[in-house]
Design a protein around this ligand. Structure first.
Ligand SMILES: NC(=O)c1ccc[n+]([C@@H]2O[C@H](COP(=O)([O-])OP(=O)(O)OC[C@H]3O[C@@H](n4cnc5c(N)ncnc54)[C@H](OP(=O)(O)O)[C@@H]3O)[C@@H](O)[C@H]2O)c1
Length: 224
């Protein structure tokens, strides 16, 4: 947590923030007035990604660092690595992530001959895997359905709902607030972390729809 004058602000970090999803979310939160840190396994890559986001963001709001520096310096840490690196990344950062809110955006997918499928995860979902690996962190699952390409367009409003699943009510409310801070996005309470599997799997459906319609589809929940 940082303090400027009397104002307390939350620092948001991104593991794997050099990829399009982490970079896109970092851009949107920086534009919303948050302090963000882009993480990487390589400091030069982190700095390069931070510089590209900083071009559009308020001055001084974006920095880069190694993933472990990002995990320890942030209050809220987004996990934006491919599923293949998910468990190992979290295991290696467990001590730095203790006591933090960890937001998992990972959708475990397989791409084969132009078709996207959801992969079965032993723990039930990437989010539940994160919870098992990080017993001393508060895991929230969100943003798995939001296209990085849309996030990376700073002037575009994204018409989408973001389903937020967590077992901790305060952390869930905080992440719903973060979702609401992006123009056009609405955070929706998706219940406990066990429901994250449905959101992760549905990402495969959206990507298959994208291929058919040559579009960036997303979800809207009606009737609530
Ligand atoms: N792309 C989308 O539109 C989108 C939408 C919703 C959700 N997501 C989810 O967000 C996550 C990130 O997506 P992305 O497209 O940004 O992924 P990506 O570009 O493939 O990877 C993001 C970053 O993760 C790091 N990384 C790569 N392999 C790794 C490994 N084995 N272990 C640790 N770090 C590794 C790399 O950063 P360094 O080399 O700099 O460390 C890379 O720049 C995915 O799990 C995806 O399911 C993506």
């Amino acid at each position: 947590m940082g303090v400027i004058g009397q104002e307390i602000f939350v620092i948001i970090g991104f593991l794997g923030g050099t990829g399009p999803e982490g970079k896109g979310l970092a851009l949107r939160f920086a534009l919303a007035g948050d302090q963000v840190i882009i993480g990487s396994r390589d400091k030069a890559r982190a700095d390069e990604a931070a510089a590209s986001v900083a071009e559009y963001a308020p001055e001084g709001s974006v920095t880069g660092g190694l993933n472990d520096e990002v995990a320890s310096a942030s209050d809220v840490v987004f996990v934006a690595v491919p599923y293949g690196g998910h468990r190992a990344t979290l295991e290696s950062l467990r001590e730095f992530l203790a006591g933090k809110v960890v937001v998992d955006v990972v959708a475990p997918l397989v791409f084969k001959r132009g078709i996207v499928s959801a992969t079965r995860v032993e723990d039930g979902s990437a989010a539940l895997e994160a919870k098992a690996v990080l017993p001393n962190s508060t895991v929230v699952a969100a943003f798995q359905n939001v296209s990085a390409e849309d996030l990376l367009e700073p002037d575009t409003s994204i018409e989408s709902d973001v389903i937020v699943c967590a077992d901790d009510a305060d952390a869930k409310a905080m992440v719903i607030g973060l979702a609401d801070s992006i123009p056009g996005i609405r955070g929706v309470d998706g219940g406990g972390l066990q429901n994250a599997r449905y959101v992760e799997d549905f990402t495969a459906m959206l990507l298959n729809i994208n291929r058919i319609y040559k579009a960036h589809s997303t979800i809207k929940i009606v009737g609530i």
